[in-house]
Design a protein around this ligand. Structure first.
Ligand code: AMP
Ligand code: ZN
Length: 145
């Protein structure tokens, strides 16, 4: 897959929009466009690697390090009951975007979230771009500096 075909490469290059919350030289964090819960965000390497099998472990570690930093911010800002850090490798494992990413997924008591997180409640305000942007600003504030 070339970068021009990959939505996360386009986001990393700035040619596709995202609700960015943090970046450094090698990684980028932004809000998931279809969040499973409030505060659901993604951490990616800026360079294209399809999944863990396509990248040096050290680069995975760099992405994981940013995921931990973001998880701390999500935990402090949103105070969820818990957070899943999860990451799929391959379509069979549920990977739908073939550019490696780590989900930072806040959990709420009783959210009954299946790990494929399909939920039939599309009227929920967590899908509202304004609501997502408001949470993103709170996380940006925490991650700044
Ligand atoms: P996975 O199923 O593990 O590959 O997760 C892919 C995630 O990327 C899903 O949670 C999608 O909602 C999310 N996603 C797909 N396209 C975008 C996008 N353009 N901006 C933000 N998140 C996206
Ligand atoms: Zn890519």
């Amino acid at each position: 897959m070339s970068a021009s075909d990959c939505i996360f490469c386009q986001i990393a290059a700035g040619t596709a929009a995202c609700e960015e919350i943090y970046q450094d030289d090698a990684t980028l964090a932004f809000m998931d466009i279809n969040p499973a819960n409030d505060g659901h965000c993604l951490v990616i390497p800026k360079a294209h690697f399809e999944n863990v099998f396509d990248m040096p472990p050290s680069v995975f570690g760099t992405v994981a390090s940013t995921a931990a930093k973001v998880a701390h911010a999500v935990n402090e800002v949103l105070r969820p009951g818990g957070i899943n850090l999860t990451q799929a490798n391959g379509k069979t494992a549920g990977q739908s975007v073939l550019h490696m990413h780590i989900h930072v997924l806040p959990r709420r008591a009783g959210d009954n979230l299946l790990m494929n997180w399909s939920r039939d409640d599309s009227s929920d305000r967590r899908f509202d771009p304004g609501h997502i942007a408001e949470i993103a600003e709170r996380l940006r504030s925490r991650l700044r500096g």
